[in-house]
Design a binder for this molecule. Sequence first.
Ligand SMILES: [Zn+2]
Ligand SMILES: [Zn+2]
Length: 311
Amino acid sequence: MPRPATSETLPPRRYGGAVRIGAHVRAGGDLVGALERGDAIGADVVQVFTQSPRAWKPTQYSPEVLDSYLAAQSQHPRVTATFCHATYLINLATSDPDLLERSRACLAANLAVARGMGASGLVLHIGSHKGLGFDGCVPQVVAALTEAVATGAAGRDCGSPCPILLENAAGAGGTVGRSFDELAAVLERADLGPELGICLDTQHLWASGIAFASVAEADAVVAHIDATVGLDRLSCIHLNDSKVPFGANRDRHENIGQGTIGSAGLGALLGHPALADVPAILEVPGAGDGPRLEDVAAARHALEVGLALRG
Ligand SMILES: [Zn+2]
Ligand SMILES: [Zn+2]
């Protein structure tokens, strides 16, 4: 059988120069349509859910559908990369054995789709431990990540690496990943090399009480990330303003420039020279249906403000 379009036909994953601004786009079972919507709003990178984010039932994509996504991506060269976001129901830190089992299966299914469509990473909220405590949940989190990577490696391979990217948490009720030390501990224990990385969400960072809205604070955060998880592990940023105040420990995204962080605060971080190759993906509400053209423009404006702050 002839090999279909693969990642070899896709544009390079990393490029120097301006920060790539991406957007989460609704897929609803139509991956190519999501890519086209991302392109239409000027996104350099898109993020999609591989299945309904609040249901366990996996969406079954045939190899043909995944191939058509790869082909579509090569036809939309503006979109340089796709990231996937795992299902919100997954909780690898739970003490409930049934929930853990469903979570493990769901993560493996999500990763299989992400790999099949040539994604550059699958973003995951690790989950929340109730009773187990952080140290108590780490072994099962590590086991689940290791299993998902092994299962995914046996599936369809488009030749591009697709790490699981652990996202920092806003810090509500025992969520794992509220600090870079926690994420570093999971990365270190899992020892999965490039199969595991990090996604940094600016709203979660703000809500978890880590300041970055001045150049000095942003520099300190970037240095801290490098000292804990390592900057080479940071594959993408989720660029969101915040509906809730600093340290509020709640996950509430706001449009860029309309929240408690503001354009200059987001820009201070986004303009850091060490983050120039890390795509920044919007997960903002827009007018209620996700990022729009003007949200992508607002993100580019925040970047310009940040670069100006740094002279
Ligand atoms: Zn997330
Ligand atoms: Zn996020």
